[in-house]
Design a protein around this ligand. Structure first.
Ligand code: ADP
Length: 398
């Protein structure tokens, strides 16, 4: 069965059509500038990438163009709509309502809407994508796969904040965690590579991308993760601050006369390695070039980033009373050898023996970075959230 995987943002929509049985990607692409003008990038498997400007006032037009591209007589990969057996939607926030993926019904949409205030930038866009697909593909089953679902196994001691309990009762203020689809996918893959049962391992996954998070996976379940109520908590990220002393908010408000939205904007969009590097870049490729050219702030940014990852690893070793394997994934984890080497330089106490030579220049490949005799195994495993969504979708609609 072919599954159309949709990852809908406020002005963009990424898609992949995957044969969920053979797990082959048939075509993929992205619609950008939705609501502004509109641009479609489409690439069939083995074919050339095509870019075209298309009017996309709403997500409905964007999905209409995606369907037309998929059915194009020359470059398309299906003949008619019935060859798309199901649609899998990435949904960012499922709150406490969703501990696993679900087939989308009116009740599910209502429940997702109720989570909107927990993810005001993401969930409304995800719902628009769902409704646009429903309009254009009536009768095709749709599945929602939540970024938060994998972390619903976290125990109370990990998800409660040290705040008055009433805010949890009234507003569900607690830690949720994100990137669950990726953490779940790569931790399973690591178990497969090691040939060990998934439910008997202590794994720490470092998903290091534009947004970054670390997760402790104990016996196949997430027991702690670095993101919280929102994706702002935890690691230092591309433009997000991660953990800071909350008193800084009031301090800056007084010094600079900021209001809360201005402070949130600084914490979300102007901080992280971008802010640390003096607004040089949030992209680690630029930071690496600058660091190699002697830029001090770029080096500080990369070192603060790596040190924070190492500290989270240490705290999750404590949370699980041990660790069997550590996995690096996502844009930075898969590609940045400096960050991996820095992080692993803090792991001697765990008995990690790290292959520095193999690590050098290693990009985007599945590899074991620990050497024989290492007490903890270290892997780079490319994540594949789309494939994970296609698998979940197939399992639910089969
Ligand atoms: P997201 O899905 O959150 O947008 P990704 O997982 O795609 O993020 O990661 C994007 C980030 O990965 C980029 O901002 C960049 O910092 C980093 N990255 C990508 N390629 C490389 C590379 N070759 N070397 C170092 N960093 C890279």
């Amino acid at each position: 069965m072919n599954v159309l995987v949709i990852n809908c943002g406020s002005s963009s929509l990424k898609f992949q059509l995957i044969d969920a049985v053979s797990e082959e990607v048939l075509a993929k692409g992205i619609c950008e500038r939705i609501g502004i003008d509109g641009r479609l990038t489409y690439q069939p498997e083995g074919g050339e990438k095509e870019k075209s400007d298309k009017p996309m006032p709403t997500h409905t037009e964007a999905i209409q163009f995606v369907i037309e591209a998929l059915m194009n007589p020359e470059t398309g990969v299906v003949k008619d709509l019935h060859e798309i057996g199901a649609v899998g939607h990435r949904v960012v926030h499922g709150g406490e309502k969703f501990a696993s993926s679900v087939v989308i019904t009116e009740e599910v949409k209502q429940a997702v809407t109720e989570c909107n205030e927990l993810a005001p930038l993401h969930n409304p866009a995800n719902l628009i994508g769902i409704e646009a697909c429903e309009n254009l593909m009536p009768g095709t089953p749709m599945v929602a796969v939540f970024d938060t679902a994998f972390h619903q196994t976290m125990p109370e001691k990990a998800y409660m904040y040290g705040l008055p309990y009433e805010y949890y009762e009234k507003y569900k203020v607690r830690r949720y965690g994100f990137h669950g689809t990726s953490h779940s996918y790569v931790s399973k893959k690591a178990a497969e590579i090691m040939g060990k049962p998934y439910d008997q391992l202590k794994t720490i996954v470092c998903h290091l991308g534009n947004g970054s998070s670390v997760t402790a996976v104990l016996n196949g379940e997430s027991v702690d993760t670095s993101m919280g109520l929102t994706p702002l908590e935890g690691l230092v990220m591309g433009t997000r601050s991660g953990d800071v002393d909350p008193a800084i908010l009031d301090f800056l408000a007084q010094k600079e006369g900021f209001d809360i939205p201005e402070i949130m904007d600084i914490l979300n969009k102007k901080s992280g390695v971008f802010g640390l590097s003096g607004e040089l870049s949030s992209d680690f490729r630029d930071l690496t070039d600058a660091m190699n050219a002697g830029d001090k702030k770029a080096k500080i940014a990369m070192d603060v980033f790596s040190y924070r990852v190492a500290k989270y690893i240490g705290s999750y070793v404590a949370a699980m009373n041990g660790v069997d394997d550590i996995v690096f994934t996502a844009g930075i984890g898969e590609n940045d050898d400096y960050v991996r080497a820095q992080v692993c330089s803090y792991l001697d106490y765990l008995g990690v023996i790290f292959d520095k030579e193999l690590n050098k220049g290693l990009r985007g490949r599945q590899v074991e970075l620990s050497l024989p005799g290492s007490k903890v195994r270290v892997f780079v495993i490319p994540t594949n959230e789309e494939l994970a969504i296609a698998r979940e979708t197939l399992a639910l609609v089969k």
